[in-house]
Design a binder for this molecule. Sequence first.
Ligand code: FES
Length: 137
Amino acid sequence: MGNTVRGSFLPADPNDEPIIRPRDSPWKQEATLSVIVLKKSDIPDNGAIVVPASAWLKIAVFRVGDRLAAIDNRCPHAGYDLWDQEGGDFNGTTIRCIWHGFKIDIWKGKGQDGTPHPTFPVTLVGDEVHLVVPDDI
Ligand code: FES
């Protein structure tokens, strides 16, 4: 999987959206951040990989061509994985939980009922994917 680069990073502007739009706001102005570096080729086109970011947080990093999105991999309905070893029900925009059908727009970071779903900054730098996560989550 990827390498973790530790360091103290601050968002350019902590008031900027959408650095993270969490339900329970792990993002703090003084948070230290880690950049998890992945290879673009690790992520299937029109698919995702799951990155364990902490003991309880797994992040699904989706790629559609050169477009990336990173979201909390837990389904907000009952907490099952949205993306697992078998993959997921993804149409390029929406991940549909295979358990009971809840849908999340990965680009908007919103569930089908309009509730925000946690997202994380992710960018393509050459052939590397840089995923930014707060350290204290
Ligand atoms: S756990 Fe995902 S829809 Fe129920």
